[in-house]
Design a protein around this ligand. Structure first.
Ligand code: FE2
Length: 364
């Protein structure tokens, strides 16, 4: 077997550009149970932006807002609304990761940079992916600070109770019609990923909208990126709606793994997070389809959690409504019990739920 030219230890962090990071950080703390652990802004010497770093188990979310209207961050928000700018990958050698990928024709976004402070040093480098999204390679083996040099640790007087979110399971990108294969090839050729699974419109078309999807994964399987493109349907695809409101390709959803989805989703609901609704009929013959599960079906039904099974086990999943007013980014909460797939058996019920929301927005 050939050696992996781009070994990745996992997701380092996800950075979102948002209109008001101070307020958004409270949303993710109070509703999602993240702890705000670090901050960078004017008080730490940054002149043009403020960033809040939120952590829960292995997940780091960074929320960044511009302070000036002529900043590229402002332009990003003007165009896309709140959304994911950086899918950062944790590597042992950021300069080598940059070299190997740009050698294979990745477009550079930022050349390798060594950042230092009293906690040590970090090397970062970035390449472009779909839309205006970038991948930043983060090498932090010589660093012991709270996040990155330039950030200072903060301790909150209010500590939100964590809700069991563990790690980033996968991050999904939406791209334009006809561009899915281009980006799959990018991940294969430029980043050394392999194609894990393909869903065509027979798998996932509903009465109105349809989409195609291919999932790519890195060598150790820690990084999984499904890529969606719209397919021909009777009316406007959910991917078309995203592309219209995000003004181009971008991250559609972030799936976060939990060990106890009943607890996690119960907490999220109690704290005001809204989820897509799947009608009760979904649960009527569900056990005939998925077989035995350890959880109480009544509880799953009460929380509207979906169930699917593959050859290796089963999974439980649920999808939030978009987390901003534009119908763009949303979250998935997933608990895997052996299953390594993505809930194909739920696509129909799920997409019908999305279409009901699209219809309410007048976008179907
Ligand atoms: Fe997903």
């Amino acid at each position: 077997m050939s050696t992996d030219f781009l070994p990745i230890n996992g997701t380092d962090h996800i950075e979102m550009y948002v209109g008001n990071a101070k307020q958004a950080s409270l949303f993710y703390q109070h509703c999602f149970g993240f702890e705000c652990i670090a901050y960078a802004g004017p008080e730490t010497g940054l002149r043009d932006r403020a960033s809040y770093v939120l952590k829960q188990n292995k997940i780091r979310l960074v929320l960044t807002s511009p302070l000036r209207s002529d900043s590229p961050i402002s332009q990003h928000i003007q165009k896309h609304g709140d959304g994911v700018k950086v899918l950062a990958l944790w590597v042992d050698d950021a300069a080598k990761s940059f070299r190997e990928t740009t050698l294979r024709r990745a477009e550079e976004a930022a050349r390798p940079q060594r950042l230092k402070d009293e906690h040590g040093e970090v090397v970062v480098a970035s390449i472009k992916t779909y839309g205006e999204t970038i991948h930043t390679f983060v090498e932090r083996k010589n660093y012991r600070g709270p996040f990155l040099p330039g950030y200072r640790a903060i301790t909150n007087s209010v500590k939100p109770t964590p809700i069991g979110l563990q790690y980033v399971d996968h991050c999904v990108g939406n791209v334009e019609l006809g561009r899915m294969n281009h980006w799959v090839e990018f991940y294969e050729k430029v980043m050394g990923f392999s194609l894990l699974v393909t869903f065509d419109d027979n798998d996932i078309s509903t009465e109105y909208s349809a989409l195609m999807s291919k999932v790519v994964s890195n060598g150790n399987g820690y990084i999984k990126f499904p890529i969606n493109e719209p397919a021909e349907g009777k009316k406007k695809s959910q991917i078309d709606e995203y592309l219209e409101f995000y003004n181009g390709p971008g991250v559609q959803h972030i799936a976060i793994a939990t060990d106890d989805i009943i607890h996690t989703v119960g907490e999220l609901r109690q704290r005001g997070v809204e989820f897509l609704y799947v009608p009760e009929i979904y649960y009527e013959d569900i056990l005939d389809r998925v077989g035995h599960i350890n959880e109480d079906l009544k509880e799953l039904k009460r929380l509207n959690i979906l169930i699917d099974r593959d050859e290796e086990g089963y999974l439980l999943q649920i999808f939030t409504k978009p987390v901003q007013d534009r119908p763009t980014l949303f979250f998935e909460i997933i608990e895997r019990n052996g299953a390594k797939s993505f809930g194909k058996g739920n696509f129909k019920a799920l997409f019908e739920a999305i279409e009901r929301e699209q219809e309410l927005r007048g976008n179907l």
